[in-house]
Design a binder for this molecule. Structure first.
Ligand SMILES: Nc1ncnc2c1ncn2[C@@H]1O[C@H](COP(=O)(O)OP(=O)(O)OP(=O)(O)O)[C@@H](O)[C@H]1O
Length: 586
């Protein structure tokens, strides 16, 4: 399965705005109570706003023209109460929708993050962390903005427009038709330009993701940048990404504001029409001044929300573009599902590769027809030239990937039939580049280990002693409480490897893979590690990948991994010869 999210760019499904709107509403369907309350508030608000001009017109014709100031005062009071209630409803809907938006943001971020956590290693190989962060942070926020700021205004604007339209047609049908005519051209204009606006926003969000990726890459590698004095190189790269982001944001901004002037023009034309035709009707005695004042207000009530709709509509297009990028992640499935358990194949070995072929996504085949078995309690070494396929073989043993062809058996059962918890309990993998989380040595050792999670320091120290790891722990100044930063400063690379080692050994796996796990450790400590490995329960199988030959001297069997082939190297001497002849060739 191809997990490259950017391959989706420009291939988004063509769905109608209505269907898209329904999709977005689905996201907040569980908020029915709050939505209904907010909608009621906006309905009351729109109703009051619509009634006001009518009352103003009525007051002018009935009381102002007749100079009955008592009536003017009464109606002014009524209008004031109406305005205050409208203010209250407006506040209520803003508050309600603000919290709906924040909750949606919270749920969405969780959903996207959880999905990312479920995806296999191949997904992370193919996507840049910065772009993923931008999707989790920035794109989800576009939806929050739409829900908290735009959705109810959207509903309110439409209600106000429909109400104002009805008033305009009822007060004077012909004048009403003339006033509403410019709105038709707005409809056509909006329909034609909406897809273009969404496209421009999608490109802008992608550029923003690209810029985040650049920032993330340079921050993650700052030591290399400083050591090689590559600041200019990264400055240039960031500049390019920033320029691209700037250019696409300008276009998106332009697209997002393209409706406003046109809507403004139409509103102006409508006002002009009302004035000219209205004054003509007054001159003909078919209309009153009060009605014209109301009429002008209703025309404003129709066109102002329409102008607001221009902004809201673009917010909707931005939210849609963000939603597309989020669904790209949400729709992904892990290509490493747990399959139904098939019959156990008669196999005495702990782990077996049967006719295994493997290629990374979009890559050439790396492993060709691999067959070997690992028996319980034995120590195996994988040696071979750089890039020969050792880590890839180990990754298949730990099921970080599935073979493209062939099968891997664990205890005679397809490895795919073990769920993640069971598989990782049985197979421990100390990676070439150990990763530590910000916290203490204790927290890092217990990462992913439910067994000792609630142990006190004393209890855990006892467990560590029983696992023969106490000499390793003694290397850390503050023992279990030694502080560790995820960036890794504060502890040396070798110390990191020791923490990763303790983390894996304490899980008591049936099979322990060490991928260059001692490459940064001094020879004395390395000797200590090999003693610990020897003292592991006799049933533990060990797979050691190492370039240092002394590390593999005591292996029961040595496999030579080169050019995608895994062959038995025979004795240690043979392996050394093979390795040396391979190295001299390369
Ligand atoms: N994530 C990946 N995507 C695509 N190709 C990869 C990936 N990881 C490794 N490869 C390729 O697979 C081949 C085998 O790499 P692998 O890391 O398994 O070699 P290795 O024997 O462990 O090397 P080393 O001794 O340097 O650790 C290499 O050609 C490498 O370029």
């Amino acid at each position: 399965m191809n997990y490259n999210l950017n391959k989706f760019a420009g291939q988004e499904q063509k769905i109608s705005n209505y269907a898209a709107f329904r999709n977005l509403l689905q996201l907040i369907s569980h908020e029915k109570k709050h939505l209904m309350l907010a909608l009621s508030a906006i309905l009351i608000n729109s109703g009051l706003s619509l009634l006001a001009p009518f009352l103003v017109g009525y007051t002018i014709d009935t009381y102002v023209v007749q100079k009955q100031y008592h009536g003017v005062l009464v109606f002014s009071g009524i209008l004031l109460v109406m305005y205050l209630v409208a203010l209250g409803t407006s506040y209520l809907q803003t508050k309600l929708m603000g919290s709906v938006g924040q909750r949606t943001l919270f749920t969405l971020r969780n959903a996207v993050f959880n999905k990312i956590q479920q995806l296999p290693v191949a997904f992370f190989n193919q996507n840049k962390a910065g772009d993923l962060i931008s999707r989790v942070n920035n794109d989800t926020d576009k939806l929050n903005q739409f829900f908290s700021q735009s959705l109810m205004q959207f509903a309110g604007s439409i209600i106000t427009m429909i109400g104002a339209g009805i008033f305009l047609l009822v007060i004077n049908f012909k004048l009403g038709v003339a006033t509403l005519l410019p709105a038709l051209s707005i409809l056509v204009f909006t329909r034609i330009l909406s897809p273009w606006i969404k496209r421009k926003n999608a490109v802008s969000l992608k550029a923003f993701g690209g810029m985040s990726a650049e920032i993330q890459e340079s921050l993650g590698n700052f030591k290399v940048i400083v050591a090689f004095n590559r600041r200019d190189y990264f400055r240039t790269r960031f500049n390019t990404a920033n320029e691209h982001n700037y250019a696409t944001a300008i276009w998106a901004g332009l697209a997002n504001n393209v409706f406003l002037p046109f809507y403004g023009l139409c509103a102006g034309l409508a006002q002009l029409m009302v004035l000219a035709y209205g004054i003509y009707l007054i001159a003909e005695g078919q209309f009153s001044i009060g009605l014209l004042v109301s009429y002008l207000s209703y025309a404003t009530f129709f066109y102002n929300p329409l102008r607001q709709l221009a902004t809201l509509w673009t917010n909707f297009q931005v939210a849609m573009a963000g939603w597309d990028r989020i669904t790209e992640i949400l729709s992904l499935e892990s290509n490493l599902p747990t399959i139904a358990s098939k019959d156990v194949i008669q196999d005495a070995a702990l782990l077996t590769f049967k006719n295994v072929h493997f290629a990374y996504p979009e890559g050439r085949e790396i492993l060709h027809n691999i067959n070997f078995s690992l028996e319980q309690g034995k120590t195996y070494a994988l040696v071979g030239p750089t890039g020969g396929g050792k880590t890839t073989t180990a990754s298949l043993i730990a099921r970080l990937y599935d073979p493209s062809k062939g099968i891997v058996l664990l205890n005679g059962k397809d490895i795919r039939s073990y769920d993640d918890a069971e598989r990782t309990r049985r197979i421990g993998f100390i990676l070439q580049e150990p990763f530590l989380f910000t916290g203490t040595v204790k927290e890092n050792i217990l990462y992913g280990n439910a067994l000792y999670q609630h142990n006190s320091n004393e209890q855990l120290e006892q467990v560590i002693k029983e696992a023969n790891l106490e000499k390793l722990l003694a290397i850390f100044d503050n023992g279990l409480d030694t502080k560790v930063l995820s960036g890794g400063d504060g502890v040396s690379l070798g110390q990191k490897q020791l923490i990763a080692f303790m983390r894996a050994v304490l899980r008591k796996p049936d099979l322990l893979i060490l991928d260059e796990a001692t490459a940064n450790i001094d020879t004395v400590t390395e000797q200590l590690l090999s003693e610990i490995l020897e003292k592991l329960p006799p049933t533990t199988t060990r797979v050691i990948i190492a370039h240092r030959l002394n590390t593999i001297e005591n292996a029961d069997e040595i496999f030579f991994v080169s050019a995608g082939e895994v062959t038995r190297a025979g004795s240690f001497r043979n392996a050394v010869d093979k390795l040396l002849s391979g190295e001299s060739k390369s």
